[in-house]
Design a protein around this ligand. Structure first.
Ligand SMILES: Nc1ncnc2c1ncn2[C@@H]1O[C@H](COP(=O)(O)OP(=O)(O)OP(=O)(O)O)[C@@H](O)[C@H]1O
Ligand SMILES: [Mg+2]
Length: 237
């Protein structure tokens, strides 16, 4: 049994079927990439896994227990922590205060993969404890977002477009941080549109299109898959 198992997951919004029977399984210690065009259901998948949305059908199992429909705070405290497409932090508070608040709302019982006192240096923000989050450049806000997610003591992190809005150098810096997480025993499930980032750090990819899984496997094979190339490049069959 895998740490996270999603089976037959379906989510509709009125007539829109955002997830149409998705099966995904992943283990701690791996980086799984979720890719697909805009509107293919990636964020909805995270929303259902993290408890923000109830599935229309199907189930989510985490560490052997079904969690479908459980409240988001309970799921987060069990070690399944997600970040948002928008960089999330308390803009008016300092970096230090942001980390303190995130730590207080974090998981119980599980040891931190990164000790709290090392979090800021881990994400490259050492020495910036007193800076006000809202006054930091965007690249640093993304780093802070990652530190806050780690402060919540995840065992598996769901990262929704962590590199959105970053330039190439900032994206590489972020990738260098993310690849260290599996070595600490964490699982990482990563949504991004940056194929260079995805291909370089993910051990496995799942490709969604219109709420269905059209391909799965190691990046090299998946990115050469005919269906995947059609979706991304519009190449005729
Ligand atoms: N709360 C909602 N209410 C109604 N429709 C929704 C809701 N959330 C998502 N959808 C619809 O579900 C589909 C999948 O959306 P989703 O946000 O999961 O896509 P995505 O793959 O994350 O896209 P992007 O790459 O643009 O972030 C879209 O058609 C979207 O309009
Ligand atoms: Mg999305």
């Amino acid at each position: 049994m895998s740490a996270l198992e999603v089976s037959g997951l379906r989510k509709s919004f009125g007539g829109v079927v955002a997830l149409d029977g998705i099966d995904v399984a992943m283990d701690l210690g791996e980086i799984l990439g979720i890719v697909g065009p805009n509107g293919s259901g990636k964020t909805t998948l995270f929303n259902v896994i993290s408890g923000a949305l109830r599935p229309t059908a199907g189930r989510v199992t985490w560490l052997g227990k079904e969690i479908s429909g459980h409240p988001p705070h309970q799921i987060a405290r069990s070690g399944l922590v997600r970040t948002f497409q928008q960089a999330m932090s308390f803009q008016a508070l300092s970096v230090r205060e942001n980390v303190r608040i995130a730590s207080e709302h974090g998981g119980r019982g599980a040891p931190s993969a990164v000790p709290p006192e090392e979090l800021l240096s881990f994400v490259g923000l050492a020495g910036r404890e007193e800076e006000i989050a809202g006054s930091m450049p965007f690249g640093n806000l993304r780093r802070l977002g990652l530190a806050l997610a780690l402060a919540a003591r995840p065992r598996l992190l769901l990262l929704d477009e962590p590199a959105a809005g970053l330039n190439d150098g900032e994206t590489e810096d972020l990738a260098d941080i993310i690849v260290r997480l599996p070595r600490l025993g964490l699982g990482v499930c990563l949504i991004d549109h940056d194929m260079n980032l995805i291909a370089s750090i993910c051990s496995r990819l799942v490709v969604l299109d219109f709420g269905t899984k059209i391909a799965e496997g190691p990046p090299a094979g998946v990115l050469q898959d005919r269906k995947v190339m059609e979706v991304y490049l519009g190449t005729p069959a």
